[in-house]
Design a protein. Structure first.
Length: 225
């Protein structure tokens, strides 16, 4: 298993499934297999407006295999996809980021799209994953705004947060139109979407800022259009 399942999820699963050990084993198997996680746990909206399980196509499977091959080899993940449009790479990249960030503790994901509209679309995808994921693996989340999903205990009582903090992970979505990106942030997972269409005067500065925020040991997923 390439993820370290958060304490919040382990405790909830053991509590709810304590009398059904076979279901607990089944859940562990699903969480250990990303493709199973997608079609058993994640939902997407199709272009026709239907809500369907996320079933990977051949191109997405090839991409996912390469991501996990690099992880299992102990390498930082660095992938650049050139001019691959309408093949579902953004969908599966956000699914990977949701998987790594919503199941583990203290992980920060940062997504940058070429425009405000595109960043809204990507944020909506994450929000939909979160809304539709089964309750048994839905992390606590405080009220979110500004295109950020923050997985932590939403209670206002400090003592409660200290005893049960939640994941302390977050997913932030921004646009390359912003003046500054990733200021003071540490990034564990990065998706730089449609870099070819980022504002020309900001592209180099933004990429330098983003890459500087990632430690060399962390996972990076880079795509360009």
């Amino acid at each position: 298993m390439v993820i370290t399942l958060a304490k919040e999820h382990r405790k909830r699963a053991k509590r709810r499934l304590r009398d059904r050990p076979e279901k607990l084993d089944e859940l562990k198997g699903i969480l250990a297999d990303f493709e199973q996680f997608c079609w058993r746990m994640l939902k997407i909206k199709t272009k026709s407006g239907r809500i369907m399980p996320l079933t990977l196509n051949d191109a997405q499977r090839t991409f996912v295999r390469e991501v996990f091959r690099q992880i299992e080899a102990g390498k930082p993940v660095r992938i650049i996809i050139l001019k691959a449009r309408q093949m579902g790479f953004s969908t599966v990249t956000e699914a990977l980021i949701y998987y790594f960030t919503s199941l583990q503790e203290a992980k920060n994901a940062f997504i940058v799209a070429q425009s405000s509209d595109a960043s809204s679309n990507l944020y909506d995808m994450f929000q939909f994953y979160y809304e539709k994921v089964p309750a048994i693996i839905k992390p606590m989340s405080r009220k979110n705004n500004a295109k950020k999903l923050t997985f932590e205990n939403p209670t206002i009582r400090t003592a409660d947060r200290r005893m049960n903090p939640g994941l302390k992970s977050k997913i932030t979505v921004q646009t390359a139109e912003s003046r500054v990106l990733a200021r003071s942030d540490t990034i564990h997972y990065l998706h730089a979407s449609e870099v070819a269409f980022w504002p020309a005067k900001k592209k180099k500065r933004h990429l330098l800022s983003l890459l500087a925020a990632i430690h060399n040991s962390q996972k990076k997923i880079l795509t360009t259009g």
